[in-house]
Design a binder for this molecule. Sequence first.
Ligand code: BGC
Length: 594
Amino acid sequence: MTFPKHFVWGASTSAHQIEGAWNAEGKGLSVWDMFTRTGEHVREGHSGREACDHYRRHREDVSLFSQIGLNAYRFSISWPRVIPAGVGAVNRKGLDFYDRLVDELLAAGIAPWVTLFHWDYPYELFLRGGWLNPDSPAWFEDYVTLIVHKLSDRVQNWVTLSDPQCFIGMGYGTGEHAPGLRLELPEILLATHHALLAHGRAVQAIRARTLKPASICWSPSATVFYPYTDSPADTEAARKATFTVFPGAIWNNTWLSDPVVFGRYPEDGLQVYGAAVPKIRSKDMETIHQPIDFYGCNIFQGTPVKAGPDGLPMAAPFAPGHVETACSWKQTPAAVYWGLRFLSKHYQLPVVITENGIATADSLSLDGKVHDTTRVDFLNTHLLQVRRAILDGVDIRGYFYWSAMDNFEWQNGYSHRFGLIYVDYATQRRSLKDSAIMYRGVITSNGGELDAFLPANDEQTPFLVKETIRFIHANLAAQFNIRELAEKLRCHPDYLGRKFKQHTGVELGLYIRRVRVDQARELLKNRHKTIDDVAEACGFSDRIHFAKVFKKLTGETPGRYRRLFSMTAPAPAAWTNLQPKNPRSSQVRPTLDR
Ligand code: BGC
């Protein structure tokens, strides 16, 4: 099954994480430039000063995006690059950079999706209170107006704010992110309220000025709880948890998105936050509640939940050893399915996955490639959940992998690699990872290639494994190795080997040799066939190789096996004698297998 006809296949980045050129050509400072200057807040003292040097290497990057076959590329604009002080004078050179980038993308057939704010707040405005200042929505609106004026003749897709839970929650609450504040809940909620107003005013500014019909969303971090089992009680518990405001922090969906979509803060949130809720002026909700065209979901992981004795949600434990990403996030593909389902139903909007991705420990192999099989697997398992949601009727318009390229991962510096493109930061050389090549296959087949990884209906063995077995048996006389086999099945050899082992318990190479040797045993019964004939018919390159493999698996040379066979074959009584004494045990059978 392929994905819907106009499904958008993309990848995302953000300005501060890739651009570098932190003070080039008139750019102003952002809170992240300041937060990272002493080295104390970020792992190994890294900063985004150089990052991927995308500001200078954007042409090469666009050409790599085009090699991956991206339909769309979502990037963010650095507010202080285009308005150095956040308000006032415009930096033309900074603006021109985005102008060129949009043109290059369009020339490569890639639709630009512009995120207006992805955390790099102008430092000058932070000194005036940042998101705590009631003027902050107006500052943002002015900046957005400038961008829309410049780019809306070519850009149609806009994302207002990315992850308010992070830039407010971690920037103003826990202090892990810039600007590093640790404020109390009333201030956190005030900053949030201003960010919501900024979102609303941005939507108004886009609608008022756009030169092309605009499609607008916002992309909060999706907080997903998914059912531990398929039972209706667990499903309802997970749904409830997904739309609950928990005390103390703003890591939830509804406090942020209910105002945007419904024009009101959720009732339970008003109760839980109580006196910390900021004063809401009469027109505020009208401003925040602007029609948006779809809901952007940044989904990376979720939490399993089951129904407690009273039906209320209860955290369900992860099994020990549950698989984690390189940044210790649990891998939970089910969160994608349930998150999309719950959010689209609650908000009654089409959804786009604006971010979903994994950090893995990638490195350049000796062959000059990056074999990121875990990411390949991640893409498969997660995209199959997207597809499952589509099949179940969820209106999903697109998928953006996070991230198009390795980049500056905020407080974790460069230690976590999320990209489809590997970046060697010492030389700024880029390489497409295996996952990029796999993603290309998915894009060009509009998701059709994912079929190879679907479990068959009747049992748990994936189609890919069945197809491998079928292929081996059907082509025994041919000489092929695992790499060639994987090429035929259009997947990466490591991935194929891993999946095969996982589902059969046997190494793929050993399996192939066993099937060849089994066939050889049969053929050796035929006295008219020479050993060379048998070797050739079973796909061995020559008699010596055949003899070696045969001896290893059976303990006999082909010649001796043939002689042995002719002695034992006509003596069924001898077999009978070898039957186990206990007839209930069918485990022990006479066999020459080892
Ligand atoms: C953020 C990215 C970040 C990623 C991984 C996303 O929610 O938007 O900036 O790199 O998470 O932490």
